[in-house]
Every structure is written in C-alpha cells, then in structure tokens.
Design a protein around this ligand. Structure first.
Ligand code: C2E
Ligand code: MG
Ligand code: MG
Ligand code: MG
Length: 289
C-alpha cells in the first residue's frame, strides 16, 4: 500500500482519515452479513419511576457481536448504517426483535426503540412498523418510539403528520436527547410527545455547572406543565438521582439504576440504597419495605 502511494500521489486526506474511512467501509460491508448471521442483539436498560422506585419500561439498545471486532458500539455502526441506507433493514430488525421480546417476556411491560431520522423519513416507515407489530400481536401502546429533534427540522409538516398518525395507532412517542442540537421550545407544544428525555450531558454536569441545574429544573417544569413524562438519562450517582427526585423529574435512566443488559440479565428492581435515597427525597424519610 505505502509503496504504491509514491512521491507524486496527491493526498486529499489528512493522516488518520484513511483508516477511519476504511474502518467505516469495512463495517458497511459487514453490516448485511451481520444482520443475516444474527450478530445483532438488543440490550435492555431499565427506566425507573422516581416515586414508586419501580421499573416502568426498558430502552432497547443495539449491540453488534462482530466476529473479529468483538462488541461494536452503536456510536460506531449507526452512522455507517445511516450513510449506507442499511439502517432501514437494521431498524426493522430491531423493531421485530423488540416485538418478539414483548410477546415472550412477561417481565417487560414496555420497550422504547430508537428510530433513526433516516428511518423515520422513509416513506414506508409507518406501514412497515404497523405490519411488524400487528404480525407479532403486540399492543402498540407497549412500544415507545424515541426520535430526536433532527427529525423535526427538515420537513416539520410531514414529521407532524407522521407523529400524529403514530399517536392515532397508539404508539408512545418520546423526544430523545432533549436540549442538544437545535432545541426549540415550540417543538414541545407542537408535536404529540408523551415523554421527553433530558440529554445525559446536562445530568452529568449537575453539581459541576450551576447552569445545568437551572436547565434541568426548567425542562422538568416545562415538560410537567405540558403534561409530558420527563425522563433523565445517564444518571450515574445517587446525588444526581436525589437532585432529580427533588426537582420533580418523573423517571430516571442510567448506570445507577441499571446498565444495558441482555434480556436474560436485565434488572427487574432497583438497588436498595437507591430506593432509600429516592424515598428520602419524595416522602421525606426512608421507608422500610
Ligand atoms: P441514546 O438513545 O441516547 O441511548 C442512551 C445511551 O446512553 C446508550 O448508549 C446507553 O448505553 C448510554 N447510557 C445509559 N446510561 C448511561 C450512564 O449512566 N452513563 C453513560 N455514560 N452512558 C449511559 P449506547 O447504547 O452506546 O447507544 C448510543 C446511541 O446509539 C443511542 O443513544 C442511540 O442514539 C443509538 N442507538 C442505539 N440503539 C439504536 C437502535 O436500535 N436504533 C437507532 N437508530 N439508534 C440506536
Ligand atoms: Mg434513546
Ligand atoms: Mg438519549
Ligand atoms: Mg444520545
């Protein structure tokens, strides 16, 4: 390789870029085979009600068990799948797998699935979703669709129409990573969201940046006034959990409550010290079970 790129070769890319592009290309080639060979898995992460300290639902998060690379993160392969269009097949696989879990597993009441903007905009999205869900015999209200603000920016009339149709079909809709990107407060009232998820960037800055507390307070207040369930993502410490409970946040998600795990290893309950800490904020004292 190095021998061929002689002195006169015009190099467009900076050093290091080649390898990134090559890595992405290799992943893209492997994606189809990976789906066919069953290398993907949905890990589940619990979402916990602050007041009852019970698991309300789980977020489904894709993992790729790559034969050579080991577990590949969605942060690495989702952009590749989006750029190549393979996110459509992968997204449908995830919906089918989530429905399979919902139909088999009594412990899982509701699952949230992440829907890529590319997938959401695809003309066939709603029809394919309905078909998969109907075939699996799963009630639509047991599925929550997580979308990000980028879905709303490009063609907001069409996005609104699709979201309203999804609501009519009975799906729950969540706005993921709220507060990042091009957040506009008007989105919240214009679109039929059941849930908003505060981006974990704000949660991790709690206690470190005064502004994070103000922002988190405001999102919780606004979401509450608009009748939405407010979920905080990326909760890692008891201090964060207690601040969020005091602030009136409805649900918590993060490593403190449970890491994403395969279906047979998911947390069905919350660690006792977390339950006690939340009870202290909500009821003004630790309750004996
Ligand atoms: P997301 O939807 O915002 O998911 C939350 C991410 O935060 C997950 O990363 C989760 O593992 C991580 N997380 C949860 N709790 C904590 C915590 O306490 N601390 C920290 N540091 N991280 C925490 P993950 O699983 O790597 O997924 C990354 C992103 O990839 C997701 O962000 C989502 O945008 C995308 N993704 C994952 N699965 C799918 C999928 O099936 N379809 C699509 N389109 N995107 C997916
Ligand atoms: Mg999500
Ligand atoms: Mg998120
Ligand atoms: Mg995210």
């Amino acid at each position: 390789h190095a021998k061929n790129s002689g002195r006169n070769t015009f190099r467009i890319f900076k050093p290091g870029m080649n390898t990134l592009i090559e890595k992405r290309r290799a992943l893209e080639v492997d994606l189809d085979a990976g789906i066919a060979r069953g290398e993907f898995e949905l890990f589940l992460q619990p979402r916990v009600d602050v007041v009852s300290a019970e698991v309300t639902s789980y977020e489904a998060l894709l993992r790729w068990h790559h034969p050579e690379r080991g577990i590949v993160s969605p942060v690495d392969f989702i952009p590749v799948a989006e750029a190549s269009g393979k996110i459509i097949a992968l997204g449908e696989w995830a919906i089918r797998e989530a429905c399979r879990m919902l139909s088999l597993e009594a412990n899982v009441g509701r699952l949230s699935i992440n829907v890529s903007p590319i997938q959401f905009r695809h003309t066939d999205f709603r029809r394919r979703l309905d078909e998969i869900v109907r075939t699996a015999g799963v009630e639509t209200k047991r599925l929550e669709l997580e979308i990000t603000e980028s879905v709303l920016i490009d063609d907001d009339k069409r996005a609104l129409k699709i979201l309203n149709e999804l609501k009519v079909s009975g799906y729950e809709i969540a706005l993921d990573d709220f507060g990042t990107g091009y957040s506009s407060l008007s989105y919240l009232s214009r679109y039929p969201f059941d849930t908003i998820k505060i981006d974990r960037g704000f949660v991790s800055n709690l206690g470190e940046e005064g502004s994070a507390e103000a922002i988190v307070h405001s999102i919780i207040d606004l979401g509450g006034r608009l009748g939405m369930t407010v979920v905080a993502e990326g909760v890692e410490t008891l201090e964060q959990a207690r601040f969020l409970a005091r602030s009136g946040c409805d649900e918590l998600q993060g490593y403190l409550l449970g890491r994403p795990q395969p279906l047979d290893k998911i947390a069905l309950s919350v660690p006792a010290e977390v339950v006690a800490g939340l009870a202290m904020e909500i009821h003004g004292g630790a309750e004996t079970p």
